[in-house]
Ligand binder design. Sequence first.
Ligand code: HXC
Length: 518
Amino acid sequence: MDISGKPYKAFIERQEAIKKQYSRKQAEKQHSKGKLTAHERISLLFDNGTFEEIDSFVTPADQPVEFGKVERSYGDGVIVGHGKVNGRLVFSYAQDFTIMGGSLGIVHAKKIAKIQEMALKMGSPIIALIDSGGARIQEGVASLSGYAGIFHNIIHSSGIIPQISVIMGPAAGGAVYSPALTDFVFMVNHTSYMFVTGPNVVKEVLNEDVTSEGLGGAEVHARKSGVAHMIYDDEENTILALKKFLSYLPSNNVENPPVVADDGSISDINEKLRDIIPDDPNKAYDVKDVISQIVDRNSFFETSELFGASLVTGFARLRGKTLGVVANQPKVLAGVLDIDSSTKGARFIRFCDAFNIPILTLEDVPGFLPGVDQEHAGIIRHGAKMLFAYSEATVPKITVILRKAYGGAFIVMNSKNLGGDFSFAWPSAEIAVMGPDGAVAILYRKELAESKNPVELKKELVKKYRDKIANPFIADESGYIDEVIDPAMTRKKIISALNALNNKWVKVPARKHGNMPL
Ligand code: HXC
């Protein structure tokens, strides 16, 4: 076929021009910073040959600017499109730092908004690969309005399709709010950073010296602010992890999560669980060992590992079906609930609830963290988020009390009267208003003060308290829990409970929305 005719000639010329635009020199510049190009990221994310780019030839808006140049590039610094990830439809946009620093002008913004609206209409996840200097300065208010439209779309898609951001370079200024509004944020160590105001402004306003990394690097956001949920050392590993992560999630809120084939290699009865908790009730252990003995082999994907670490959250599978796991971590601060772990838990529970993911709670919690710092920073308000999230969630909710379940923390961790569906306890469980030491000190203050041997008396009273009050049998006999179980039978019991809850249906009264404490 002769394609030298006029329309084809123009077509080919444009193809050649766009190829030239993405030059080797630009790619090398990205690589020299330890970063990949936007195209390389897209091809790592999508199954081979499945990505279809749209709007690749749009050009930037004409701006009557006297200030700064607008590069007449095709695509306006962002690649948008759809394709398959592990065989499932996913939409994505990838900002291209090599074109005007990936900055967001109005055309760039409209491309993102278009793909967001498509993802919502098709009920498919959207992945944002962010590498951008923020609002394009030359375009002024148009670029700010562009961001506003993107934020609006994220908020209105929230709870309908999974939205995930991956920070692979700068995310500065108001631009950080687009990832912050999405469900999960991945960051790449040492090459990505997020801050509302950069180091220069910090220096100017507060006269403080800080680097970009120190102010808003991946480690800071994963450990301190909680903005980043997952961090990895390079872009390849970040994208690999993201693909694995997606495999746990449904495409939208009316689908169930995908089920992977269960090879049946894990026995539902596991005697190792009988000895997993130390005999000494005050000795720590790693609750992740308990999780891995219950769920399908190597299926646990932890979220927010470094933040609020006294609570462990993550996705796992049971007989191939996705499960959200929330577990107190006795290894960190004895597993207390503090501000960070409460907000982390509440957000995770709400995500599971929005996307039809049953929640398994493993409980060993001595209470809320006491202290002036926590009280003044609002542990009451933040702890209330956990209560709200658990109680509001209508997905199947199962609790296993492993050891301590004291006071308000017993209530919070999905207790039956808060709406938990099944509550099991191991024989090692201690269910009470408070721990034995505290209880004895309050109830027997006078006797202890008058005793000739207070240490011995206290020991005796603590034992009596454990035997008579802080055990699971009273709660079992009075119906506050469903059953004290042999730890070896835990997986079997959870599977049976989930089967029983398969068609769980809760009628929620009509209202605009609840008023969660924020
Ligand atoms: C236009 C921009 C730009 C921007 C970078 N560039 N940011 N162009 N608007 N916002 C351009 C640079 O001029 C440069 O063009 C190219 O991108 C690469 O940038 P460099 O500075 O050379 O790269 P680097 O040294 O790696 O620094 C990256 C950076 C820095 C840290 C992101 O560029 C920077 O601080 N940019 C401004 C960040 C910012 O304050 N943005 C506005 C935030 S306010 P040439 O032609 O030289 O290659 C905001 C409001 C959102 O986003 C509102 C939402 C509510």
